[in-house]
Design a protein. Structure first.
Length: 339
Protein backbone atom coordinates (compact mmCIF):
# COMPACT_ATOMS: atom_id res chain seq x y z
CA UNK A 1 0.00 0.00 0.00
CA UNK A 2 2.94 2.36 -0.47
CA UNK A 3 1.32 4.15 -3.39
CA UNK A 4 1.47 7.89 -2.90
CA UNK A 5 -1.72 9.47 -4.19
CA UNK A 6 -1.55 13.10 -5.36
CA UNK A 7 -5.20 13.86 -5.93
CA UNK A 8 -5.11 17.39 -4.49
CA UNK A 9 -1.66 18.51 -5.57
CA UNK A 10 -0.33 20.13 -8.72
CA UNK A 11 3.11 21.39 -9.69
CA UNK A 12 4.20 24.52 -7.81
CA UNK A 13 7.29 25.34 -9.87
CA UNK A 14 7.45 28.90 -11.08
CA UNK A 15 5.01 30.39 -8.58
CA UNK A 16 5.60 32.35 -5.37
CA UNK A 17 6.98 29.30 -3.52
CA UNK A 18 10.12 29.32 -5.67
CA UNK A 19 12.39 32.31 -6.13
CA UNK A 20 14.10 32.97 -9.46
CA UNK A 21 12.50 29.87 -11.01
CA UNK A 22 10.16 30.08 -13.97
CA UNK A 23 8.01 27.25 -15.27
CA UNK A 24 9.14 26.23 -18.76
CA UNK A 25 5.77 24.75 -19.73
CA UNK A 26 3.56 27.57 -18.43
CA UNK A 27 5.57 30.81 -18.02
CA UNK A 28 2.43 32.74 -17.08
CA UNK A 29 1.64 30.51 -14.11
CA UNK A 30 -0.27 32.18 -11.26
CA UNK A 31 1.59 32.99 -8.04
CA UNK A 32 -0.54 30.63 -5.94
CA UNK A 33 -2.01 27.26 -6.89
CA UNK A 34 -5.35 27.39 -5.10
CA UNK A 35 -6.10 23.77 -5.96
CA UNK A 36 -3.27 22.43 -3.79
CA UNK A 37 -3.95 21.07 -0.32
CA UNK A 38 -0.96 20.62 1.94
CA UNK A 39 -1.02 18.27 4.90
CA UNK A 40 1.69 17.26 7.38
CA UNK A 41 3.12 14.79 4.86
CA UNK A 42 4.68 17.67 2.95
CA UNK A 43 6.68 18.50 6.08
CA UNK A 44 7.77 14.91 6.66
CA UNK A 45 5.24 14.16 9.43
CA UNK A 46 2.71 11.33 9.31
CA UNK A 47 -0.11 9.67 11.21
CA UNK A 48 -1.95 11.02 14.27
CA UNK A 49 1.33 10.88 16.17
CA UNK A 50 2.86 13.44 13.75
CA UNK A 51 6.16 11.59 13.51
CA UNK A 52 8.59 11.27 10.58
CA UNK A 53 8.98 8.09 8.56
CA UNK A 54 11.19 6.26 9.10
CA UNK A 55 11.18 7.30 12.73
CA UNK A 56 14.60 6.79 14.39
CA UNK A 57 12.98 6.84 17.84
CA UNK A 58 10.29 4.26 17.05
CA UNK A 59 11.51 0.71 17.68
CA UNK A 60 8.13 -0.95 17.11
CA UNK A 61 7.85 -2.56 13.64
CA UNK A 62 4.60 -1.36 12.10
CA UNK A 63 3.15 -1.03 8.61
CA UNK A 64 2.16 2.39 7.30
CA UNK A 65 -1.25 2.52 5.56
CA UNK A 66 -2.56 5.43 3.52
CA UNK A 67 -6.07 6.81 3.94
CA UNK A 68 -7.77 7.14 0.56
CA UNK A 69 -9.66 10.30 1.60
CA UNK A 70 -7.13 12.60 3.32
CA UNK A 71 -4.13 10.77 1.77
CA UNK A 72 -2.21 10.83 5.06
CA UNK A 73 -0.21 7.77 6.13
CA UNK A 74 -0.95 6.05 9.47
CA UNK A 75 0.70 3.46 11.67
CA UNK A 76 -1.45 0.35 11.87
CA UNK A 77 -1.52 0.57 15.67
CA UNK A 78 -2.89 4.14 15.60
CA UNK A 79 -6.08 3.43 13.66
CA UNK A 80 -8.27 2.51 16.63
CA UNK A 81 -8.50 -1.07 15.41
CA UNK A 82 -6.00 -3.68 14.30
CA UNK A 83 -5.99 -3.83 10.50
CA UNK A 84 -6.92 -7.13 8.83
CA UNK A 85 -4.23 -9.05 7.00
CA UNK A 86 -2.86 -6.97 4.13
CA UNK A 87 -4.35 -9.28 1.52
CA UNK A 88 -7.85 -9.07 3.00
CA UNK A 89 -8.49 -5.40 2.22
CA UNK A 90 -7.52 -2.90 -0.47
CA UNK A 91 -8.33 0.54 0.96
CA UNK A 92 -8.54 2.26 4.34
CA UNK A 93 -10.45 5.29 5.63
CA UNK A 94 -9.00 6.79 8.81
CA UNK A 95 -10.94 7.77 11.93
CA UNK A 96 -11.05 11.50 11.14
CA UNK A 97 -12.28 10.89 7.61
CA UNK A 98 -14.93 8.45 8.83
CA UNK A 99 -16.25 11.25 11.05
CA UNK A 100 -16.11 13.64 8.12
CA UNK A 101 -17.75 11.16 5.73
CA UNK A 102 -20.27 9.95 8.30
CA UNK A 103 -22.46 8.35 5.62
CA UNK A 104 -19.82 5.62 5.18
CA UNK A 105 -20.82 4.03 8.48
CA UNK A 106 -24.11 2.94 6.90
CA UNK A 107 -22.15 1.09 4.20
CA UNK A 108 -19.50 -0.24 6.59
CA UNK A 109 -21.90 -2.66 8.27
CA UNK A 110 -22.30 -4.57 5.01
CA UNK A 111 -19.23 -3.78 2.88
CA UNK A 112 -16.26 -3.11 5.17
CA UNK A 113 -13.77 -5.82 6.10
CA UNK A 114 -13.92 -6.41 9.89
CA UNK A 115 -10.69 -5.59 11.77
CA UNK A 116 -8.86 -8.11 13.90
CA UNK A 117 -9.64 -8.32 17.62
CA UNK A 118 -6.77 -7.37 19.89
CA UNK A 119 -6.30 -9.82 22.78
CA UNK A 120 -3.24 -8.30 24.35
CA UNK A 121 -1.01 -5.40 23.39
CA UNK A 122 2.48 -4.90 24.75
CA UNK A 123 3.50 -1.86 22.74
CA UNK A 124 6.36 -1.10 25.07
CA UNK A 125 7.93 -4.39 23.99
CA UNK A 126 6.72 -4.10 20.45
CA UNK A 127 4.52 -7.21 20.71
CA UNK A 128 0.92 -7.32 19.51
CA UNK A 129 -1.07 -10.54 19.67
CA UNK A 130 -3.94 -10.82 17.22
CA UNK A 131 -6.79 -13.27 16.68
CA UNK A 132 -9.72 -13.18 14.29
CA UNK A 133 -13.26 -12.76 15.53
CA UNK A 134 -15.01 -16.02 16.31
CA UNK A 135 -18.33 -16.93 14.70
CA UNK A 136 -20.16 -16.32 18.00
CA UNK A 137 -18.69 -12.82 18.24
CA UNK A 138 -19.74 -12.07 14.68
CA UNK A 139 -23.29 -13.22 15.43
CA UNK A 140 -23.44 -11.02 18.53
CA UNK A 141 -22.26 -8.02 16.51
CA UNK A 142 -24.86 -8.76 13.85
CA UNK A 143 -27.60 -8.93 16.48
CA UNK A 144 -26.49 -5.65 18.03
CA UNK A 145 -26.35 -3.89 14.68
CA UNK A 146 -29.57 -5.43 13.42
CA UNK A 147 -27.85 -6.98 10.42
CA UNK A 148 -29.84 -10.21 10.65
CA UNK A 149 -33.02 -8.17 10.77
CA UNK A 150 -31.81 -6.13 7.82
CA UNK A 151 -31.23 -9.16 5.64
CA UNK A 152 -34.79 -10.42 6.05
CA UNK A 153 -36.18 -7.01 5.23
CA UNK A 154 -34.04 -6.58 2.15
CA UNK A 155 -35.38 -9.74 0.50
CA UNK A 156 -38.99 -8.55 0.35
CA UNK A 157 -38.66 -5.41 -1.75
CA UNK A 158 -36.34 -7.19 -4.18
CA UNK A 159 -38.94 -9.93 -4.66
CA UNK A 160 -41.59 -7.32 -5.33
CA UNK A 161 -39.46 -5.66 -7.98
CA UNK A 162 -38.71 -8.97 -9.70
CA UNK A 163 -42.38 -9.86 -10.11
CA UNK A 164 -44.15 -8.64 -13.30
CA UNK A 165 -46.71 -5.93 -12.65
CA UNK A 166 -50.36 -7.04 -12.92
CA UNK A 167 -52.30 -3.82 -12.25
CA UNK A 168 -51.09 -0.51 -13.66
CA UNK A 169 -48.43 -2.32 -15.68
CA UNK A 170 -51.06 -4.31 -17.59
CA UNK A 171 -52.39 -1.17 -19.31
CA UNK A 172 -48.92 -0.45 -20.61
CA UNK A 173 -48.41 -4.04 -21.76
CA UNK A 174 -51.60 -3.90 -23.81
CA UNK A 175 -50.21 -0.97 -25.82
CA UNK A 176 -47.50 -2.97 -27.52
CA UNK A 177 -47.29 -6.73 -27.81
CA UNK A 178 -43.58 -6.53 -28.54
CA UNK A 179 -42.97 -4.62 -25.29
CA UNK A 180 -44.98 -7.22 -23.43
CA UNK A 181 -42.79 -10.03 -24.74
CA UNK A 182 -39.65 -8.01 -23.96
CA UNK A 183 -40.68 -7.39 -20.35
CA UNK A 184 -41.61 -11.05 -19.89
CA UNK A 185 -38.22 -12.11 -21.24
CA UNK A 186 -36.14 -9.69 -19.11
CA UNK A 187 -38.14 -9.08 -15.88
CA UNK A 188 -35.07 -9.13 -13.61
CA UNK A 189 -33.05 -6.60 -15.65
CA UNK A 190 -36.00 -4.20 -15.97
CA UNK A 191 -36.80 -4.47 -12.27
CA UNK A 192 -33.17 -3.87 -11.31
CA UNK A 193 -32.89 -0.74 -13.50
CA UNK A 194 -36.18 0.61 -12.16
CA UNK A 195 -35.25 0.01 -8.54
CA UNK A 196 -31.85 1.70 -8.91
CA UNK A 197 -33.38 4.79 -10.49
CA UNK A 198 -36.19 5.17 -7.94
CA UNK A 199 -34.47 4.36 -4.63
CA UNK A 200 -31.49 5.75 -2.72
CA UNK A 201 -29.25 2.98 -1.41
CA UNK A 202 -27.93 5.21 1.36
CA UNK A 203 -31.36 6.14 2.74
CA UNK A 204 -32.34 2.50 2.74
CA UNK A 205 -29.24 1.59 4.76
CA UNK A 206 -29.62 4.56 7.11
CA UNK A 207 -33.18 3.53 7.94
CA UNK A 208 -31.76 0.44 9.63
CA UNK A 209 -29.54 0.06 12.65
CA UNK A 210 -25.78 0.04 12.15
CA UNK A 211 -22.72 0.29 14.39
CA UNK A 212 -20.65 3.46 14.48
CA UNK A 213 -17.24 3.29 16.17
CA UNK A 214 -14.33 5.65 16.66
CA UNK A 215 -12.03 3.59 14.43
CA UNK A 216 -10.72 3.46 10.91
CA UNK A 217 -12.47 1.20 8.42
CA UNK A 218 -11.06 -1.25 5.89
CA UNK A 219 -12.66 -1.91 2.51
CA UNK A 220 -12.48 -4.57 -0.23
CA UNK A 221 -11.51 -3.83 -3.82
CA UNK A 222 -14.97 -3.28 -5.33
CA UNK A 223 -16.71 -1.39 -2.51
CA UNK A 224 -16.82 1.98 -4.31
CA UNK A 225 -18.98 0.60 -7.11
CA UNK A 226 -21.68 -0.13 -4.50
CA UNK A 227 -22.01 3.48 -3.30
CA UNK A 228 -25.24 5.19 -4.22
CA UNK A 229 -25.06 7.58 -7.17
CA UNK A 230 -28.51 9.14 -6.96
CA UNK A 231 -28.85 12.92 -7.33
CA UNK A 232 -28.97 13.58 -3.58
CA UNK A 233 -25.90 11.44 -2.86
CA UNK A 234 -23.88 13.03 -5.66
CA UNK A 235 -24.72 16.44 -4.22
CA UNK A 236 -23.60 15.26 -0.78
CA UNK A 237 -20.29 13.96 -2.18
CA UNK A 238 -19.71 17.35 -3.78
CA UNK A 239 -20.43 19.23 -0.55
CA UNK A 240 -18.04 16.96 1.37
CA UNK A 241 -15.47 17.23 -1.47
CA UNK A 242 -15.25 13.45 -1.88
CA UNK A 243 -16.59 13.09 -5.43
CA UNK A 244 -13.60 10.86 -6.18
CA UNK A 245 -15.11 8.04 -4.12
CA UNK A 246 -17.29 7.07 -7.09
CA UNK A 247 -14.37 7.18 -9.52
CA UNK A 248 -13.04 3.68 -10.20
CA UNK A 249 -9.86 5.18 -11.71
CA UNK A 250 -9.05 6.74 -8.32
CA UNK A 251 -8.74 3.49 -6.40
CA UNK A 252 -5.49 2.16 -4.95
CA UNK A 253 -5.78 -0.86 -7.25
CA UNK A 254 -6.04 1.42 -10.29
CA UNK A 255 -2.92 3.34 -9.18
CA UNK A 256 -1.03 0.08 -8.64
CA UNK A 257 -2.01 -1.22 -12.07
CA UNK A 258 -0.98 2.06 -13.67
CA UNK A 259 2.38 1.94 -11.87
CA UNK A 260 2.97 -1.61 -13.08
CA UNK A 261 2.08 -0.64 -16.64
CA UNK A 262 4.43 2.38 -16.54
CA UNK A 263 7.28 0.20 -15.27
CA UNK A 264 6.75 -2.29 -18.08
CA UNK A 265 6.79 0.57 -20.60
CA UNK A 266 10.05 1.90 -19.16
CA UNK A 267 11.67 -1.55 -19.37
CA UNK A 268 10.87 -1.84 -23.06
CA UNK A 269 13.78 -1.24 -25.45
CA UNK A 270 12.88 1.40 -28.10
CA UNK A 271 15.41 -0.11 -30.51
CA UNK A 272 13.82 -3.56 -30.27
CA UNK A 273 10.35 -2.07 -30.74
CA UNK A 274 11.57 -0.36 -33.91
CA UNK A 275 13.15 -3.56 -35.20
CA UNK A 276 10.00 -5.57 -34.60
CA UNK A 277 8.00 -3.12 -36.72
CA UNK A 278 10.31 -3.62 -39.77
CA UNK A 279 10.65 -6.32 -42.37
CA UNK A 280 13.72 -8.54 -42.62
CA UNK A 281 15.67 -6.35 -45.10
CA UNK A 282 15.04 -3.18 -43.10
CA UNK A 283 16.13 -4.92 -39.91
CA UNK A 284 19.48 -5.95 -41.44
CA UNK A 285 20.12 -2.46 -42.81
CA UNK A 286 19.36 -0.85 -39.44
CA UNK A 287 21.62 -3.29 -37.58
CA UNK A 288 24.49 -2.64 -40.00
CA UNK A 289 24.10 1.13 -39.70
CA UNK A 290 23.98 0.87 -35.91
CA UNK A 291 27.15 -1.23 -35.79
CA UNK A 292 28.99 1.18 -38.12
CA UNK A 293 27.98 4.15 -35.99
CA UNK A 294 28.97 2.40 -32.77
CA UNK A 295 32.40 1.36 -34.14
CA UNK A 296 33.30 4.75 -35.60
CA UNK A 297 32.06 6.71 -32.57
CA UNK A 298 34.02 4.47 -30.20
CA UNK A 299 37.23 4.93 -32.22
CA UNK A 300 36.65 8.69 -32.42
CA UNK A 301 36.13 9.11 -28.66
CA UNK A 302 39.07 6.85 -27.83
CA UNK A 303 41.43 9.46 -29.28
CA UNK A 304 40.19 12.03 -26.77
CA UNK A 305 40.61 9.54 -23.93
CA UNK A 306 44.17 8.69 -24.97
CA UNK A 307 45.12 12.37 -25.24
CA UNK A 308 43.31 13.29 -22.02
CA UNK A 309 41.32 16.08 -23.69
CA UNK A 310 37.69 17.08 -23.10
CA UNK A 311 35.07 16.23 -25.73
CA UNK A 312 33.26 19.43 -26.72
CA UNK A 313 29.95 19.97 -28.44
CA UNK A 314 31.76 21.04 -31.61
CA UNK A 315 33.67 17.74 -31.66
CA UNK A 316 30.49 15.68 -31.56
CA UNK A 317 28.90 17.84 -34.23
CA UNK A 318 31.99 17.45 -36.44
CA UNK A 319 31.90 13.66 -36.02
CA UNK A 320 28.30 13.32 -37.18
CA UNK A 321 28.88 15.64 -40.15
CA UNK A 322 31.77 13.45 -41.30
CA UNK A 323 29.77 10.28 -40.60
CA UNK A 324 26.89 11.49 -42.78
CA UNK A 325 29.33 12.49 -45.51
CA UNK A 326 30.96 9.03 -45.56
CA UNK A 327 27.53 7.42 -45.59
CA UNK A 328 26.49 9.42 -48.67
CA UNK A 329 29.71 8.47 -50.45
CA UNK A 330 29.08 4.78 -49.78
CA UNK A 331 25.52 5.09 -51.04
CA UNK A 332 26.57 6.90 -54.25
CA UNK A 333 29.11 4.18 -55.10
CA UNK A 334 26.42 1.48 -55.10
CA UNK A 335 25.44 0.55 -58.65
CA UNK A 336 22.11 -0.95 -59.60
CA UNK A 337 21.69 -3.12 -62.71
CA UNK A 338 18.41 -3.83 -64.42
CA UNK A 339 18.01 -7.20 -66.14
Amino acid sequence: YYVFLSRNFRCDCGNSKFKNLQCKLFPEKSKVNSGNKYNDNFYGLYCTCKRPYPDPEDEIPDEMIQCIVCEDWFHGRHLGAIPPESGDFHEMVCQACMNHCHFLWAYASQLAVPPLTKVNSLEDEGIVLKVEESEEQKKEIKKESGVEHQETKEEKPMEQFNEPSTSSGSDFLNICGYCSKFLQKFPVEIAKTTSESLFCKLKELQSKQFLKKDTATFWPSNWRSKLCTCEDCLKMYSELEVQFLTDECDTVLAYENKGTSDQETERRDPLMDTLNSMNRVQQLELICEYNDLKTELTDYLRRFADEGTVVKREDIQHFFEEFQSRKRQRTNRVQYYCS
